[in-house]
Write a protein that binds this ligand. Structure first.
Ligand code: NAP
Length: 319
């Protein structure tokens, strides 16, 4: 079977597609024929081995075996089940975030513990499903778990047109918030279509220059300072920081943000993903698919994602 591999840290030129042995599922795993995978900024962080602290996980001098095949988001069909698998069966269409469950979604077949997967709703296709896990779960944790927004809450979403931002806008809307999205001019209609009442074009207006206060800032860019957050928040407002834009800034938020300014951190689990799957099924949440590439075009896809100009999700479709 084909898999997308890297042997050392570097740019997209390090990515190659090669033949590897087909995997065999362990007792608690299922073998999935991958139909689609999505790429996330975390994949190019793995590829480049940056920020350097990530190497404690991915390998100090070169990516360790687990991280030599890229990809955290997967959607596909179960082809074989391990002896202790109880919920899934052959033929089930599934999807999941496998960052903490083996990684390596960019391959024709992968083995995944069944606890990482949920059934794909029938009314969404594999590309839409693949775009969901990492981005939608990040948005869900920032908006709901940490943000605890209520109907009528004022929410600012910075980076509203990206993979995470498009889900964050829809989720904030789902919970009844008044949403202001921040993006550039070309993405205003997209962010409004996702549910934002107001859109701030950052090329025309400095986000920091407004008088308006927010109950939640969801920052998927990371270009605002701690004092910017404090100026833009209501007295008891919260700020969920997810953007890797400025690491010092993220660390600052972690160390000095207090209980109202937090880095979003979570471990993917079936319960949260099932909640998201149900919202997809009811069409309260949809994946905005920007571009679709083939497995052989993964380097090109990552080059595009690294521009930080993606509008929604970048998908790898596997034939
Ligand atoms: N903590 C976590 O668990 C976690 C999980 C997932 C992602 N992340 C991080 O979250 C960030 C966003 O991820 P993503 O998948 O959404 O990335 P993405 O899809 O690459 O984001 C691209 C979007 O960012 C927008 N953007 C770029 N600069 C902007 C600016 N100055 N102001 C407002 N919008 C701007 C772009 O819109 P324009 O073209 O209109 O500028 C584009 O639509 C990344 O840094 C990623 O590493 C963290």
């Amino acid at each position: 079977m084909k898999a997308v591999k890297i042997d050392r840290y570097g740019g997209p030129e390090e990515i190659y597609v090669t033949d590897v042995e087909n995997p065999t599922p362990a007792d608690q795993e299922v073998l999935i024929k991958v139909k689609a995978a999505a790429i996330n900024p975390l994949d190019w962080h793995v590829l480049r081995g940056t920020p350097y602290f990530m190497r404690a996980l991915t390998g100090v001098f070169k990516p360790n075996e687990k991280f030599q095949t890229l990809g955290a988001d997967v959607a596909g069909v179960v082809e074989q089940v391990g002896e202790q698998v109880t919920e899934l069966k052959i033929g089930d269409a599934v999807f999941g975030d496998i960052f903490n469950f083996g990684y390596g979604a960019l391959a024709e077949y992968i083995c995944v513990p069944e606890e990482a997967l949920v059934l794909k709703p029938e009314n969404i296709n594999f590309e839409e499903a693949a775009g969901v896990p990492v981005a939608a779960l990040t948005a869900y944790h920032g908006i709901n778990r940490f943000g605890k927004i209520k109907p009528g809450s004022e929410v600012l979403i910075n980076g509203a047109s990206g993979g995470v931002g498009t889900f964050a806008v829809q989720l904030a809307k789902y919970y009844g918030a008044n949403v202001t999205g921040v993006c550039s001019n070309r993405n205003i209609d997209l962010v409004k279509d996702c549910g934002a009442e107001d859109v701030l074009d950052y090329t025309e207006q400095d986000v920091r220059s407004q008088d308006r206060k927010y109950d939640l800032i969801f920052d998927a860019v990371g270009n605002l300072s701690l004092s910017d957050y404090k100026n833009l928040l209501t007295k008891n407002g919260n700020c969920a920081v997810i953007g890797f834009g400025g690491m010092t800034h993220l660390i600052g938020a972690g160390l000095f943000g207090g209980r109202h300014i937090k880095m979003v951190d979570f471990k993917a689990n079936q319960q949260d993903l099932q909640f998201i799957a149900d919202l997809m099924e009811s069409r309260d949440l949809s994946t905005v698919v920007d571009r679709t590439y083939s497995l052989n075009q993964t380097a090109e896809a990552i080059t595009y994602l690294e521009t930080s100009r993606a509008r929604g999700k970048v998908i790898i479709k596997i034939q």
